[in-house]
Design a protein around this ligand. Structure first.
Ligand code: URA
Ligand code: SF4
Length: 197
């Protein structure tokens, strides 16, 4: 089986998942979106209302702001793979619970293995804790580490504030915009031309 076939099989498997309580209230499983050979992966927290309705990540208000941030970095949304720590919407957009993250994390692990991105942007605290822990880094507060690059052998992890932060804390908009502009410059230096517009 080639990588593409394996990926399609994986997506079909996740769409049928009932490993945690979130399967009962979801409309759609939001597995992820983007080319499977992407050099960059973005990992959010969990689907919200519109994502659950459409089965796609970051299509609601936070997604609109994410589009602006990608623009500021010069990145092409069509060339990055976007997913979440948890693939089904928590009711009322509550935070995902530890046992839900535990049940769902093999899917994110599988996505990382199959896609093998060079860069993962961790959007928000849930993605940041999961990814830093997975690769053996100590957890630190977002205030200290946002926009920094954590290097592993094959992967660079960049923790960032969740785009939705700007929607409920307007002064954070500038922080997010500056971080994404800087990331655009850093990625240009890394010669990742394929991901730019
Ligand atoms: N917030 C997230 O973390 N993920 C989405 O897909 C949408 C909003
Ligand atoms: Fe399965 Fe993850 Fe959905 Fe839970 S959130 S039902 S583990 S896909």
């Amino acid at each position: 089986m080639d990588r593409e076939e394996e990926f399609l099989k994986f997506v079909e498997e996740v769409k049928k998942c009932s490993k945690c309580r979130l399967y009962k209230t979801r409309k759609n499983v939001v597995v992820g979106d983007g080319p499977i050979n992407s050099l960059i992966m973005l990992v959010g927290e969990a689907p919200g209302y519109w994502e659950d309705q459409q089965g796609k990540p970051f299509v609601g208000a936070a997604g609109k702001f994410l589009n602006k941030l990608l623009d500021l970095a010069g990145l092409d949304r069509g060339k990055v793979y976007i997913t979440n720590v948890v693939k089904c919407r928590p009711p009322g957009n509550r935070e995902p619970k530890p046992d839900e993250i535990e049940a769902c994390k093999p899917y994110l692990d599988k996505q990382l293995n199959l896609i093998q991105p060079k860069i993962v942007c961790a959007l928000g605290n849930f993605a940041t804790s999961y990814l830093l822990q997975k690769y053996g880094f100590p957890i630190q507060s977002m205030g200290k580490i946002h926009g920094k690059i954590f290097e592993t052998k094959n992967l660079k992890i960049i923790p960032l504030y969740h785009p939705a932060t700007a929607l409920y804390k307007p002064p954070m908009k500038k922080v997010l915009e500056e971080d994404w502009k800087t990331i655009g410059l850093k990625l240009k230096k890394l010669n990742l031309k394929e991901v730019f517009k």
